[in-house]
Every structure is written in C-alpha cells, then in structure tokens.
Design a protein. Structure first.
Length: 233
C-alpha cells in the first residue's frame, strides 16, 4: 500500500493518520511543496492524502505550485486512486473537480459539532457524524460541492463540511488528525486567525479539551478503516 501525502507548511503533517497507516503496513512518502519538491508520477502510488495549510486554494500568484498540485490531484482521482483531503486539501479536491472555493461567512476555529446531511446519514462515511460529534476546525474558506459528489456533513458555522466523490474520494473541511501538540503549534503559527467571531474559540479554550482530541482520533481510526478499504488498494 503506497500512500503519498502533500504538505503545504511544516506544521501541518499527517498527525494521527501516520501511525494508523504504519500499523496497516503502508509505505508512506511525501512531497513538501513549501520546499519546492517535485510531485511523483501518479502511477507510482496507490493513495493520496492532501493536508491543510493557511493559503487559499486559488493563491497561485503567491504559490505557483498550486496549479500543478490541482492537476496532480485530478490525475490521481481519474486513475481511481483513493484521495483524502483535509481542510485546504478538501478545498483543492473541490477545485480539481471544478467546484468553487470562496470565503466562508465566518471563520470556524475550535471544537464545534458536525452533523450528517440526509444523504450522509445513509452513507458509510457520512453516518459517522449522525450523533453530531464535536470536531476540530480551523478554516476561513469553504468549498462548493462538486457536480456528481455527495454532500455528507454540515455544521452551524459552515454548510459544506464533507463530500465524497465516487468510491475513492473523500473531502473533510475539519481536522480529526490533530492532537493537542499539533493544535498548540497551529495556535502559535496562525495566531492572527484567532480574532473574535461567532465560531472562533480562543487558544485557551482549544487547548483545554484534550479529551476531545482523543475522541476525534478514535473517530479518525474508524473513518480511515472504512475509507481505506485495504483489500481494494
């Protein structure tokens, strides 16, 4: 199982995804786009994970590699590879599939519930959010649902939280992979995002809930087990 991931800044990596993949025998490689590393041949991997970052999906004037990255994501999708996107990664998948990415009405930062949509309640991945678990958010942009995709989850602060596309693509606006240490670093590196808003918690609030990080990582394990159907990769 050859898993490749794309990372846009040094402080957003696989988090709790990495030990799960390692325990399931995956061979993990990465492209650090912020270092100008080259993308691999899409035929040399079985699955792709696209991580988050503070830039916007269409910031190609500042980050020219975003154009190549979106083409690479689309090539992986077209080959039937499993493709998982988180936060910015989800927005890049949406753009690669022709959907719009734009500012959300409000930033969403901290722990807030996500709820399954009506379609999501019957979906093996969307149904994981039937009980409206609190998950970790850190985003100012949002995506539209691409044509042919299924809208799986929403939140009070952001209508489009998750979608699937076919059997092989999953986009999540939120972070299940982060632990307390990851979040502390994010609070330091992106402190200017923590301005007051209806869906913004303070760093103190975020870091006072270690039990929710743990619950998120348990949910992540179930989600990965369903998404990465190891027998099909």
């Amino acid at each position: 199982m050859r898993i490749h991931y794309l990372t846009h800044v040094p402080f957003e990596k696989l988090g709790a995804i990495e030990p799960w993949l390692a325990s399931n025998g995956a061979r993990i490689t990465a492209t650090r786009l912020y270092h100008g590393e080259e993308l691999p041949d899409p035929d040399d991997l079985d699955a792709l994970i696209v991580m988050g970052g503070p830039m916007s999906a269409d910031d190609e004037h500042r980050y020219p590699w975003l154009a190549d990255e979106k083409r690479f994501i689309r090539a992986c999708i077209d080959r039937g590879h499993k493709v998982l996107g988180i936060c910015l990664g989800a927005q890049l998948i949406a753009r690669a599939l022709g959907a719009r990415v734009h500012k959300n009405p409000d930033k969403e930062i901290g722990f807030f519930p996500v709820q399954s949509t009506e379609l999501g309640r019957q979906h093996p991945l969307g149904s994981l959010f039937n009980d409206a678990p609190a998950v970790f958010h850190w985003h100012g942009d949002t995506f539209e649902i691409p044509d042919g995709a299924l809208h799986l989850a929403r939140s009070w602060g952001c209508e489009h939280q998750a979608f699937s596309y076919g059997e092989n693509v999953l986009a999540l606006q939120f972070h299940l992979e982060m632990g307390e240490d990851n979040a502390r670093t994010l609070c330091q590196e992106c402190a200017t995002d923590l301005s007051p808003g209806p869906w913004t918690q303070s760093a103190t609030e975020i870091l006072s809930m270690p039990q929710v990080f743990t619950a998120n990582q348990r949910l992540l394990s179930v989600l990965l087990g369903r998404f990465f159907d190891i027998g099909s990769i």
